[in-house]
Design a protein around this ligand. Sequence first.
Ligand SMILES: Cc1cc2nc3c(=O)[nH]c(=O)nc-3n(C[C@H](O)[C@H](O)[C@H](O)COP(=O)(O)OP(=O)(O)OC[C@H]3O[C@@H](n4cnc5c(N)ncnc54)[C@H](O)[C@@H]3O)c2cc1C
Length: 420
Amino acid sequence: MVDADQTFVIVGGGLAGAKAAETLRAEGFTGRVILIGDERDHPYERPPLSKGYLLGKEDRDSVFVHEPGWYASSDVELHLGQTVVAIDRAAHTVRLGDGAVIRYDKLLLATGAEPRRLDVPGTDLAGVHHLRRLAHADRLRHVLAALGRDNGHLVIAGAGWIGLEVAAAAREYGAEVTVVEPEPSPLHAVLGPEIGQMFADLHAEHGVRFHFGARLTEITGQDGMVLAARTDDGEEHPAHDVLAAIGAAPRTALAESAGLALVDRSEGGGIAVDASLRTSDPDIYAAGDVAAVHHALFDTRLRVEHWANALNGGPAAARAMLGRDVTYDRVPYFFSDQYDLGLEYSGWAPPGSYDQVVIRGDAAKREFIAFWLREGQVLAGMNVNVWDVTESVQELIRRGARPDQEALSDPSRPLTSLLE
Ligand SMILES: Cc1cc2nc3c(=O)[nH]c(=O)nc-3n(C[C@H](O)[C@H](O)[C@H](O)COP(=O)(O)OP(=O)(O)OC[C@H]3O[C@@H](n4cnc5c(N)ncnc54)[C@H](O)[C@@H]3O)c2cc1C
C-alpha cells in the first residue's frame, strides 16, 4: 500500500490521541503510528476522576481507553512518560525531552489542557490540590476519605463542573464543603443564572455551603498545612484542604513555539484549526481540548473541553490525516453526574447569546429538559434525569428549529413530533 512507508505521529496520550490511533488502524493505515504521552499511565478517560473513581466505586482498570495489550497488537508504538519539547516543521520532526528525534509525515497535536492555577499566596501549601490526572484523583481520594473521617473542611475555588462534582463526592465522604465562586450562581458561564440556581439548591440540600460573588485571595497555613481560605470581601473559611477548580488552559506551548496559528485567550484560546481539524500547517492537525475549530452551526470558533469532543475529534482528525473529506461540525455535548442527578447538555448558549429559557417537565423534581432559545430558535438543550432524548435535542439545534413553545414545554408531546 502507498501509505506503508508513512509515519503518523500523535502527541498527547489522552482520549483524543488514543482514539485517533485506533481510527488510523481501523481505516486501514499500514504505516507507522507513534503515540507519545508525557504521563506514565496508558491513555485513560478523565470523567470518572471526579465521579465514580474518586468515590472508589469504579476501579482503576475501568478508566483506560484500551486494554494495555491493544497498543502492541494494533502496532501502535507507545512512548509513555515522554514529553515532546519541539516541532521542526521544515524537517518534519518532533524532539522528545530525552533528545530523541522522530520524523513524521503527518502530526496530530492532542495535548489537551491543564488546570489553571490560583495566583494567590499559599498555593504552595501541601493541602492545595488540582484535579486533572489519575495521580491527582488518587491523592484526592485519600484526602476526601480523611476529611470525611475527621469532620474536616474542604474549600473549593470554582463552582464549575469539576468543582461541583468534587463537592458532591466530598459530601458523600462526609467532608464539610464550602465552594467559593466569583459569579452569582454555579456554572454561570455555561448555563446562565436561571438553571445555575438549581445546582445551588441541589448542593445546598446536600449540605454544601456557597460563597458567591467572592474570590479567594489567600490560603493561610502553618507548617505547610492549610488552615483557612480568605476571600476578597474579608471572610475567612476554615479549611484543611483546598481544591483549585477554576478551569483549564489549553496546552498550546508546543504549537506556539512551532509558529502555528493560535486563538487569542479572550476568544477561548487553543490551536486554530479549520473544519477538517487542520492547523495553519497542512501536515499538522489538532483535536480534543486543545483545538479551536470554526463551528459552522454557531458561526464562531469553539474550543470544547469535553469528553465527546475528544472521543469524536480524535477520529475525525485521523480521517483527515488520511486524506478523507472531513467536516467536524458535531453539536457540542457533555454530561455530568452529581449525587443522584444525571444530565446531558447539547449545544452552545452562554449568557448573552440567548433571550429565553424554556422548561419542559418538572424543574422542582429535577426531571426536566431546559432549552435555551434566541428569537425562538433552539441553541442548546439540557436533559436532567430524563433520558434517551439527546438525538432529538441535537436535531432541533442542528436544524435551527423554532418550535411552537407550548409544544416545546409540554412533556406529553414527543420531541420527535417537533421535528416533523
Ligand atoms: C476530572 C475531570 C472530569 C471530567 N468530567 C467530564 C465529564 O463528566 N463530561 C465531559 O464531557 N467531560 C469531562 N471532562 C473533560 C474531558 O475529560 C476532556 O475533555 C478530555 O480529557 C480531553 O481529552 P484530550 O485527549 O483532548 O486531552 P487530555 O485528556 O488532556 O490528554 C492530553 C494528554 O497529552 C499530554 N501532553 C500534553 N502535552 C504533551 C507533550 N508536549 N508531550 C507529550 N504529551 C503531552 C497530557 O499530559 C495528557 O496526557 C473531565 C475532565 C476532568 C479533568
